[in-house]
Design a protein around this ligand. Structure first.
Ligand SMILES: NC(=O)N[C@@H](CC(=O)O)C(=O)O
Ligand SMILES: [Zn+2]
Ligand SMILES: [Zn+2]
Length: 432
């Protein structure tokens, strides 16, 4: 990993003017030390990264990813997962505890942090710990010990916390420690055995679908519990109109609630599923076009705070089991920015700044991270993107160990060129 002293000729988004402006960034001790206007400084080539008119952004932050390590290394591990993240322009990622063993002890938190530091391609990895032991929803984990070990929040992502009392106890404890609860919202009793949402695809194929209420019931319950406990409560992968409505209401009465949405739920509905192809199977499932409109609206009006990938690698063999039996989930790092840039920014629906903020500044501020901005003294965590490069998604080239994506062949603009963490180039398309 080469440390650089200058990144020159980058095009930086100026929030005030709403335009891209050329700047040169000097890096010292891993931090942004100077942002220079005008001529590029005359500096040694070895210590310089020439962004040559490309977008220069704060590195992307993804607060919801699955690295599968320990236990499911045939899908992904910390090495391939962070390589995939870096290739997607991500400099900080927060990984979910649904591993084997589950991240429910200080030892496993330490395993993640140590392996990420030593073999994580320079990418910053922030571990979440489980709410319940083994994610079984029976007994709370030792929140204080997990916090001390370095966990940044608590979640049973992969499954919903089924019992309200358990969620209330978790929130009370998390609140006393100043930690957030991150929730996968799903009522099992409404979902059992189902794998696509209630909608046109399910009707056309004569299968029973997952009802939207399965998500919103938890959002509503938890918003009430967050109100009474005062905890910071964060909703995972929001996918329905009802959830957006409930989060909006909770925010309006002052509940400390935040929320995330995934690229696929912004871009795809159940009506786009071409056939019984398990690359279109994820949890939450693709919902109706009306839900897609609602989550876009929710992101636009601030009800939903940030974008996350929910990068969920599964092996080709597992995904080959067919729609009904294959596991839920799709990979996300290496398509997230090009997908959203192409679909929302190039079409004029969003400004570039709107998209960048929801992948940098907002997640940083919601989770209290020092990165996510291009300011003096901030970590030199940076992403360089070629906004004009058009290329088809080729899953065979992914750095991830898995390539389960519905976006293969999609022609997209806005491909990452280089990723820098703490002033070191951790990935570049030249060396890829
Ligand atoms: N999103 C998914 O479809 N799958 C995730 C679990 C989860 O995020 O709930 C996984 O771990 O595979
Ligand atoms: Zn989930
Ligand atoms: Zn997840």
């Amino acid at each position: 990993m080469a440390a650089v002293k200058w990144i020159v000729n980058g095009r930086i988004w100026n929030q005030e003017s709403g335009e891209l402006e050329t700047r040169h960034i000097r890096i010292e001790d891993g931090l942004i030390a100077e942002i220079k206007v005008g001529e590029a400084p005359a500096v040694a080539v070895e210590e310089t990264l020439d962004a040559a008119g490309k977008l220069l952004s704060a590195g992307f932050i993804d607060m919801h990813v699955h690295l599968r390590d320990p236990g499911f290394e045939h899908k992904e591990d910390i090495i391939t997962g962070t390589a995939s993240a870096a290739a997607g322009g991500f400099t900080t990622i927060a990984c979910m505890p649904n591993t084997r063993p589950v991240i429910d002890t200080p030892e496993t938190v330490k395993y993640i942090l140590d392996k990420a530091r030593e073999q994580g391609n320079g990418v910053k990895v922030l571990p979440y710990a489980a709410i319940s032991k083994n994610q079984l929803g029976r007994e709370l984990t030792d929140f204080a010990a997990l916090k001390a070990a370095g966990a940044i929040g608590f979640t049973d992502d992969g499954v919903g916390v089924q019992r309200a009392q358990m969620m209330k106890d978790a929130m009370t404890l998390a609140q006393s420690l100043g930690m957030p609860i991150i929730a996968h919202c799903e009522d099992d009793s409404l979902v059992e055995g189902l794998y696509v949402s209630e909608g046109k695809f399910a009707r056309d194929n004569g299968i029973k679908g997952i009802p939207n209420e399965s998500e919103a019931i938890h959002v509503g319950r938890d918003a009430l519990l967050a109100e009474s406990t005062g905890v910071h409560y964060h909703v995972c992968h929001v996918s329905t109109e009802q959830s957006v409505r409930l989060i909006r209401l909770a925010k309006s009465v002052g509940v400390r609630i935040t929320a995330e949405v995934c690229p696929h739920h912004l871009v795809l509905s159940d009506e786009d599923i071409p056939d019984m192809d398990s690359n279109w199977k994820m949890n939450p499932p693709l919902r109706t076009p009306r839900d897609v409109e609602a989550v876009i609206q929710g992101l636009e009006d601030g009800t939903i705070d940030m974008i996350v990938t929910d990068h969920a690698p599964h092996s080709a063999e597992e995904k080959a089991r067919g729609m009904e039996l294959a596991p839920f989930g799709i990979v996300g790092f290496e398509t997230a920015f090009p997908l959203l840039y192409t679909k929302f920014v190039r079409t004029g629906k969003w400004s570039l700044g709107f998209l960048l903020n929801r992948m940098t500044k907002v997640p940083a501020s919601v989770f209290g991270l020092d990165s996510g901005c291009l300011e003096l003294g901030a970590p030199a965590d940076l992403t360089i993107i070629d906004l004009e490069q058009e290329r088809a998604v080729d899953p065979a080239t992914f750095k991830s160990r898995s390539n389960n994506t519905p976006f293969g062949g999609w022609k997209l603009y806005g491909w990452p060129q280089a990723t820098v963490v703490g002033g070191s180039v951790v990935w570049s398309h030249h060396t890829a």
